[in-house]
Design a binder for this molecule. Structure first.
Ligand code: C5P
Length: 222
């Protein structure tokens, strides 16, 4: 059996990370959450009060910051310069800033390089927005995972509520729609389905059913 390289792209809240983590655990693959890297970079910019238009400061930060992912069965821990920021990067505040930061070419160049380095051994599942189109255009299997905005917002709402958040369903739906719009219309590496990606719409599927479907596709290719 040959372990392959899998790219999962799609809009916010489609369940990419939960599904990718589930599939990676079942098949003993390494899961790489690229969204967490953009969130970590955004967190570092906000911490240092770096203005998004200050090109020089952003460039300097790309040169100095060390972002590290430590994959685990349950959570993938995220570190910036050795500091564990796994929980900090999931707040609505970071979610509302990350797409602007992810639209900066200099940030993408830095993080794409890091992602390619992490993926080079194979046996990996990467999820994000540009994995099949830019990061790993020669991935063995590309999946475009999506669901209706309503289904995605409802899932995120339940997830956040469980963590004690009081954000309303309407606010979450609006934030997801805004992020989709920015991610799909930015000039650099916009979110789009690669020509050779398999479309999976999981509006009416559970996460387990989605994972079953993707596991079957991987097993056919191994
Ligand atoms: O996947 P997640 O929702 O955590 O990603 C956060 C944000 O990071 C996305 O809305 C997008 O702006 C950016 N992103 C990206 N390219 C990726 C992964 C995430 O631009 N490969």
């Amino acid at each position: 059996m040959r372990k392959i390289t899998v790219a999962i792209d799609g809009p916010a809240g489609a369940g990419k990370s939960s599904v990718a983590k589930m599939v990676a655990n079942r098949l003993h693959y390494l899961y790489i959450d690229t969204g967490a890297m953009y969130r970590a970079f955004t967190w570092a910019m906000l911490e240092r009060h770096i203005n998004i238009r200050d090109e020089k400061a952003v460039q300097q930060l790309t040169g100095s910051i060390q972002i590290r992912l430590e994959p685990g069965e349950e959570v993938c821990r995220v570190y910036a310069d050795g500091q564990d920021i796994t929980e900090e990067i999931r707040t609505p505040f970071i979610s509302s800033h990350v797409s602007q930061v992810a639209a900066l070419a200099v940030v993408r160049t830095k993080l794409v390089q890091l992602q390619r380095d992490m993926a080079k051994g194979g046996g990996v599942i990467l999820d994000g927005r540009d994995i099949g189109t830019v990061v790993l255009p020669r991935a063995d299997l590309k999946i475009y995972l999506t669901a209706s905005v309503t289904a995605r917002a409802r899932r995120r709402f339940l997830e956040l509520k469980e963590k004690g958040s009081t954000e309303t369903l309407e606010a979450i739906e609006a934030s997801i729609a805004a992020r989709d719009d920015m991610d799909s219309h930015r000039a650099v590496s916009p979110l789009k389905r690669a020509d050779d990606a398999v479309l999976v719409d999981n509006s009416d599927l559970t996460l387990e059913e989605t994972a079953d479907c993707i596991c079957r596709m991987i097993e056919e290719k191994q």
